[in-house]
Design a protein around this ligand. Sequence first.
Ligand SMILES: Nc1nc2c(c(=O)[nH]1)N[C@H]1C(S)=C(S)[C@@H](COP(=O)(O)O)O[C@H]1N2
Ligand SMILES: [Mo]
Length: 316
Amino acid sequence: MLIRIKKPSHIAESRVTPRGLYLRRREFIAGAGAALAAGLLPLDEAEAAVTPLESVKTDYGQGLTPTDKKYATAYNNFYEFALDKDGPAEAARDFKPLPWTVTVSGACHKPGTYAYEDLVKPHKLEERIYRFRCVEAWSMVVPWIGIPLGDMLNRFEPTGDAKYVAFRTLFDPEQMPMQKTNALQWPYREGLRMDEAMHPLTLMVVGMYGETLPNQNGAPLRLIVPWKYGFKSIKSIVSIEFTDKMPATTWAMTNAREYGFYANVNPEVTHPRWSQAKERVIGGGLFSSKVETPMLNGYADEVAHLYQGMDPKGLF
Ligand SMILES: Nc1nc2c(c(=O)[nH]1)N[C@H]1C(S)=C(S)[C@@H](COP(=O)(O)O)O[C@H]1N2
Ligand SMILES: [Mo]
């Protein structure tokens, strides 16, 4: 995310990163960072431990060509670990995604603290290929493995007061070094209107490319909402709360003029500092030109009805 915050100067990088990692990271950047940024290089070195994951293939995104895995797992936004794109893969290498629990609270009949296994096991995992569009005007195509979020939420039996659902990321500064800084207000928060959360396209994701989620991609549980800018797709979720009020969300808290609650992909609504009309396709090669961004990231037929009667200009 491009925002006008400086890394707090009183915290040197060498203090928030264990020394071994810091040194390796220096070499990594010198050797591969520039090439990666240009969209050229594999970074197997940076890959975190993942295991194969069975899933049912679906028709979603069958016409799309997935981005090479090496880009999807090495070009990340995950501010808890690093503020740049090639940082999270390395900085999240030792993160422990299991054991994991999620606390469910608010307007529902089955609140409680659920173990990861209890959340995931009752469901059939699906593989779905989706377009992914970051608000910074780059995009990928990723074969996610997950569960329709609505199927999971229904098990908690939300009540009529559940108008929105709010999510939070783990807060653990020992594991997530940037949480020792005020780069963002921690923990990272996101939210959806209930009908957006229940929409069949919305996924609770546990894997990608046939494997469990790499740490840098939000292990063990993250959201994917394909018609919204990437920042809605909150990673490493530990809390789900049903509420009757629109929840505060991290990027809107950080800069409400630039990032809203809806964050619907819309090529016609210009970000205050750049156009959203086109996107750079990650892995498309050094000289690849930008391509046009479709309305609602290509999912307008499925989701435009959710916003009928609302001014699209207010849905950024
Ligand atoms: N907890 C948390 N979730 C997050 C972010 C983050 O910094 N922290 N970054 C968001 C942004 S801006 C994007 S573009 C996507 C990136 O997901 P990816 O690394 O799997 O491509 O994660 C989103 N989820
Ligand atoms: Mo993003």
